[in-house]
Ligand binder design. Structure first.
Ligand code: GDG
Length: 473
């Protein structure tokens, strides 16, 4: 026994705690939106786990607390940590590099040093929160060094890591000045999960090329510091959503009434198109606007008949590339609306805001066509949420082949967002699709999403960790 007594057998570690601060003294913390939280909160509530992460405010020191049925362990980040580790290395180096350099990554040694320092702090907090022999599940690209650091501190732990974003091809990955350290960091885990099979194989190839370790199928042989070796598993575990939650919301009379109200407020257009994204350059919002704008200009669509609702939730607003993107998107929306709107009808209803989930589902119910045009995306949960919400088996999903969801959602209309002419044709095809074909496709999509929910995802991942535990003893 070690002296890690009053602590958890199951610990989740992610950059952000799954809560946001409110001004309400009755409810000081509220569950926050975002992919990871949406995916993990239902599971966390059912287990007796601890969640280690940053509470989202710089310089704030907090004791562990409980909320929403979860034990939360805050990690403090100074304003400088946020600037260098989070906005810098995580979101201006790793994020663009791992999304195929859609925006140029910036390699700054000061950012890397902060990344190492902050990853160590997370590893220490996780080590303190974990009981003897506990399972620790580390999440995402902000914390790629934590598995190795944690293994050094606590060799008794079983460690999993899930990578929510793509892992790039070796030719791109090899740009990273700290490419060996990052691979070694990840290989501290017993199980390294990716969204797509292609991400896992990109990772294995980088490991072979950079570290010269043996890889066979999903197994990677990792030499141990004191001699000997161990096997790490690197494999696809595609993430999903809480399907029942979306089905329930879609059945709710209040949400359905709201959907009708939204349609009415748009002037009852014949067709409503929808985009829902964080305002991020990986999401292909510009490509979508270009295609839609040209269809209106060409006269293939009429502003009296068709409206595009674009929700662009505010994101990473202090990173330059995001400020620039916001300007570009808003300029494009303004130009299109300015030239085609009538007094009674608008082409694009643009909302740079965050909404409650009920409102999101009301929007999914309004949308005859859902546009997911990501240039690169780990999974894209929005695509799955739309499908889960379409309890009437109607509606058309237009889905980029560069989103992880494309591997599973074969009955969507598949597009290459870079091919604007093809994108335009497919948007028209989606708008004109017969109810029978919509039904056939949507039923297949719904079966697929219902067969693999977020519970299946976490169960599969934890089963792989259990197998790793068995293999040790
Ligand atoms: C990363 C990866 C991967 C968005 N706006 C609002 C809102 N959202 C919710 C959506 C969805 C989530 O945020 C976004 O998830 P995505 O998967 O679409 O994209 P990322 O945020 O980039 O997530 C991604 C994911 O991690 C999980 O592994 O799929 O590839 O990039 O749930 O509904 N929710 C609310 N109001 C908003 O305004 N309530």
């Amino acid at each position: 026994m070690t002296d890690h007594a009053a602590v958890s057998d199951f610990v989740v570690v992610s950059n952000r705690l799954p809560v946001d601060r409110t001004d309400d003294p009755e409810e000081p913390w509220r569950r926050s939106p975002g992919g990871l939280v949406t995916a993990l909160a239902p599971f966390m509530r059912r287990t007796d786990g601890a969640w280690v992460g940053w509470p989202g405010q710089a310089g704030v020191e907090l004791d562990p607390f409980e909320t929403d049925g979860m034990q939360l362990v805050p990690v403090t980040l100074s304003a400088e940590d946020v600037e260098l580790y989070y906005e810098g290395f995580s979101n201006d180096t790793i994020w663009p590099l791992y999304h195929d350099v859609i925006s140029p990554p910036r390699y700054r040694r000061e950012w890397w040093q902060a990344y190492v320092r902050v990853n160590r702090r997370f590893a220490e907090a996780a080590a303190a929160a974990a009981a003897d022999g506990a399972t620790v599940w580390v999440h995402d690209y902000q914390l790629q060094l934590v598995p190795k650091l944690l293994r050094e501190l606590r060799p008794d732990l079983v460690i999993g890591y899930f990578h929510h974003i793509p892992f790039p091809a070796y030719g791109l990955y090899s740009q990273l000045p700290w490419r060996r350290q990052v691979l070694e960091g990840l290989l501290g885990a017993d199980v390294i999960g990716f969204q797509r099979v292609a991400d896992a194989s990109n990772f294995a190839r980088s490991v072979r090329r950079q570290l010269r370790y043996d890889t066979k199928a999903t197994g990677i042989t990792v030499p141990q510091p004191g001699g000997g070796e161990r096997l790490a598993l690197a494999k696809a575990f595609p993430i999903s959503i809480d399907v029942d939650d979306y089905v329930q919301l879609a059945h709710s009379p209040a949400v359905r009434a709201r959907a009708a109200e939204i349609r009415e407020s748009l002037g009852n257009p014949k067709k409503v198109l929808l985009g829902v994204d964080r305002l991020d350059y990986t999401k292909g919002i510009g490509h979508r606007l270009k295609a839609f704008g040209e269809l209106l200009d060409d006269g293939r669509l009429d502003v009296e008949d068709v409206t595009l609702i674009q929700v662009a939730s505010p994101s990473r607003e202090r990173v330059d590339a995001y400020m620039q993107l916001r300007d570009e998107v808003e300029l494009a929306v303004g130009r299109i609306n300015g030239s085609v709107d009538t007094v009674g009808h608008t082409a694009i209803r643009y909302l740079h805001q965050s909404f409650p989930r009920e409102e999101m589902v009301a929007l999914y119910l309004v949308a005859d066509v859902m546009l997911v045009t990501a240039l690169r995306d780990g999974m894209n949960l929005v695509a799955k949420e739309y499908v889960a919400s379409r309890i009437d088996n109607r509606g058309v999903l237009v889905l980029s082949e560069f989103a992880g969801a494309a591997d599973e959602l074969g009955s969507a209309i598949r597009i290459n967002p870079h091919d604007i002419d093809a994108l335009k044709d497919e948007i028209v095809r989606a708008i004109e699709m017969t109810p029978a074909e919509q039904g056939r496709r949507m039923r297949a999509l719904r079966r697929r999403v219902s067969d693999h929910t977020v519970d299946d995802w976490s169960r599969d991942f934890l089963a792989a960790l259990d197998a790793a535990r068995q293999a040790r003893s």
